[in-house]
Design a protein around this ligand. Structure first.
Ligand SMILES: Nc1nc2c(ncn2[C@@H]2O[C@H](COP(=O)(O)OP(=O)(O)OP(=O)(O)O)[C@@H](O)[C@H]2O)c(=O)[nH]1
Ligand SMILES: [Mg+2]
Length: 161
């Protein structure tokens, strides 16, 4: 069963994918929802594909979760961020795991580092845990979204336009 199949009609929210104005890099642990978010932003069909390497898709850079989980990859994240105006630290609201060290934003010199809390359609989502952790990581702004239902996506798209 795919994530989309568990939603009722009224949980679905409309948003219209549009070309992004700003260049966006997605950073977060494995399974946090980066690739699904990228697919939603690009208006593609949502399907699970494990990200194995840096995935450059026009104005979006999708990164493998392992780059956050293994500090020896931090340098690669810093170097890759140079071409992107916005870095989104992506956190799965359904998993209360602290994956970003305090002031993680310092890795991304002078980038606009935002927080994106994913999977808000999931019943037991822990928004306050995600918010606190992203604030400690030094993000300036936080968006709460569901790539599946579309909730919060328009606001994020507007910010990136
Ligand atoms: N319910 C729900 N499930 C989601 C949402 N976003 C992603 N998922 C599910 O979460 C799982 C992992 O999503 P991915 O987008 O592949 O995660 P990722 O961050 O790209 O993971 P890596 O490529 O391993 O780093 C998939 O089964 C998705 O269907 C969402 O907004 N709501
Ligand atoms: Mg991925």
């Amino acid at each position: 069963m795919s994530a989309a199949e568990v939603l009722t009609e009224e949980q679905m929210h409309d948003f219209v994918p549009a070309p992004l104005g700003r260049r966006l890099m997605l950073v977060g642990t494995t399974g946090s929802g980066k690739t699904t978010l990228m697919q939603a932003l690009l208006g593609e069909e949502l399907k699970y594909i494990k990200t194995q390497a840096m995935d450059y898709r026009g104005k979006i850079l999708d990164t493998p979760g392992e780059f956050v989980e293994m500090p020896r990859f931090y340098n690669a994240l810093t170097v890759s961020s140079a071409d992107y105006e916005v870095v989104a630290l992506v956190h799965d609201s359904s998993r209360q795991v602290n994956c970003f060290p305090p002031n993680f934003n310092a890795l991304f010199n002078n980038r606009d580092v935002i927080g994106v809390i994913t999977k808000v359609d999931v019943e037991k989502s822990g928004l306050s845990f995600s918010r606190r952790m992203l604030e400690n990581a030094g993000v300036k702004r936080i968006f709460e979204i569901s790539s599946v239902s579309g909730k919060g996506m328009q606001e994020l798209m507007d910010y990136l336009s």
